[in-house]
Ligand binder design. Structure first.
Ligand SMILES: Cc1ncc(COP(=O)(O)O)c(C=O)c1O
Length: 443
């Protein structure tokens, strides 16, 4: 059978499909696997109990209740309107953003939102020139625009979503060694603004949007308020949107430790997800943006999905309406991951503290990013060796959409390790990593 160019691009193995396959295989494996690779959130009983309670109360409403109504009818393409109304009230209660329903669209997970947004803001554009009358007119020339990722590494899931081929430009970070909780052995990435502002593609109108995850998957880095303000200024200067991927940020799931501010204005596109609060199977993404962007997302939803799924909305709406979700995030989810990060750091230090191994300062998300300086093999090879010992991590090279990793050795020296596993699995997995890495440094 012959597939179109588009079909071939989307069906060939991609970074994300290989990772999901390995994870799926590991979940169904008969022998235990130390699963430190995936992006699944942890199972937190207290949080699941709250979801179960809503689920039961929906069931108790019987066949005339909201759950059956949500399952039995499509929403409009923008998404379940009662949930959108709840979200508008929630965000206006906690932030002074003065949103209306025209500022919010729902998607089938935020991955779905990134598919839309990156295809809206990158790829071929009609070239616009300004006439004497200051009216914008399109010429026959097309301009190919990219998504600018201001700090590599970035989320693996962005890499393959563009239907016209990969159009990303990423900037190598500035790396500084730092202390964490008073201890050495850590580093932190910051944005190299000199390189970013010198970028020819930015000056030539070949950037369609700037995007960053905050906290960042894979590193757990949190861009500072000053970095975010600087990015917002650049985005405005070049009349392009700033997309902020808030999958791990505040207010939900709030897996973020530094006290930073979340801002929104109509040049900002904020993406949220219900996945990392523990509901990835419900595939619910939330986009907050200017009405023009929301209308485009609704139109794309209509074509791709008819309408987004409504069950996540049914579960989350009552918990957002009375701020129970906020309490769960602040009092349970955030401390849970903070404690996991602490345990994982202690275990790595115990295994590899005497080796040239640095951990990115854990500032949020559900991963540690570990840098094996001058490791004699690439971390892709390390991944294979660890897999043979039933331990899964993700090697760093997949996290550099928009950067040529062949000329950037650092991109082959790190791994992403999930901290969402049980304490036993974390300890067993880190023991294996310790033994394999020590042997490599000792040859
Ligand atoms: C940074 C980031 N963005 C987006 C997503 C997509 O999440 P979902 O489609 O489940 O909302 C993930 C999932 O791991 C992520 O880590």
């Amino acid at each position: 059978m012959q597939f179109s160019k588009y079909g071939q691009t989307f069906s060939k193995p991609s970074s994300i499909s290989q990772l999901m396959d390995d994870l799926g295989d590991a979940l169904h494996s008969e022998t235990p696997v130390n699963l430190l690779g995936g992006g699944n959130p942890a199972r937190i009983d207290q949080v699941n109990a709250a979801y179960f309670e809503v689920y039961q109360s929906l069931a108790a409403e019987g066949i005339d209740g909201n759950a059956i109504a949500a399952m039995g009818n499509y929403s409009n393409p923008q998404g379940d309107m009662p949930f959108i109304t709840t979200l508008v009230e929630f965000f206006n209660r906690h932030y002074d953003w003065q949103l209306t329903a025209a500022n919010i669209a729902l998607t089938n997970g935020s991955q779905n939102a990134f598919f839309y947004l990156f295809n809206l803001f990158s790829g071929s554009f009609a070239h616009h020139k300004t006439t004497d009358a200051q009216a914008e007119v399109a010429s026959n020339r097309t301009v190919v625009k990219s998504i600018l990722l201001p700090l590599a590494p970035e989320y693996i899931g962005y890499s393959d979503v563009q239907i016209e081929g990969k159009h990303f430009i990423a900037i190598e970070p500035t790396i500084a060694t730092v202390t964490h909780d008073g201890e050495a052995g850590f580093f932190k990435y910051t944005i190299d603004f000199a390189a970013l502002e010198n970028l020819a593609a930015l000056k030539n109108g070949e950037i369609g949007a700037i995007c960053c995850s905050r906290p960042t998957n894979p590193t757990g880095n949190v861009l500072t308020d000053a970095e975010m303000a600087h990015l917002a200024r650049i985005a405005k200067q070049y009349a392009i949107p700033l997309i902020i991927d808030n999958a791990y940020g505040e207010p939900f799931p709030n897996i973020i430790y530094p006290k930073v501010t979340l801002n929104w204005d109509d040049n900002t596109i904020l993406c949220f997800s219900l996945s990392k609060i523990g509901l990835p199977g419900l595939r619910t993404g939330i986009v907050i943006a200017a009405p023009e962007v929301i209308a485009a997302i609704a139109a794309m939803n209509a074509v791709v999905n008819l309408a987004p799924t409504r069950f996540g909305a049914a579960i989350a709406a009552p918990l957002l309406a009375d701020d129970r979700l906020q309490e769960l995030c602040d009092d349970t989810i955030q401390p849970f991951y903070a404690s996991k990060a602490k345990k994982a750091v202690a275990l790595i230090k115990a295994e590899l503290g005497d080796y040239p191994v640095l951990i990115h300062k854990p500032e949020g998300a559900i991963f540690l990013w570990i840098w094996f300086k001058n490791l004699p093999i690439s971390t892709t090879e390390l991944y294979e060796r660890l897999k043979q010992k039933a331990t899964l991590i993700v090697p760093s090279e997949h996290f550099y959409p928009g950067l040529d990793t062949t000329t950037y050795p650092h991109a082959h020296e790190c791994i992403r390790m999930s901290i969402a596993a049980s304490d036993e699995t974390l300890a067993a997995g880190i023991k294996v990593i310790g033994a394999v890495v020590r042997a490599l440094y000792e040859v």
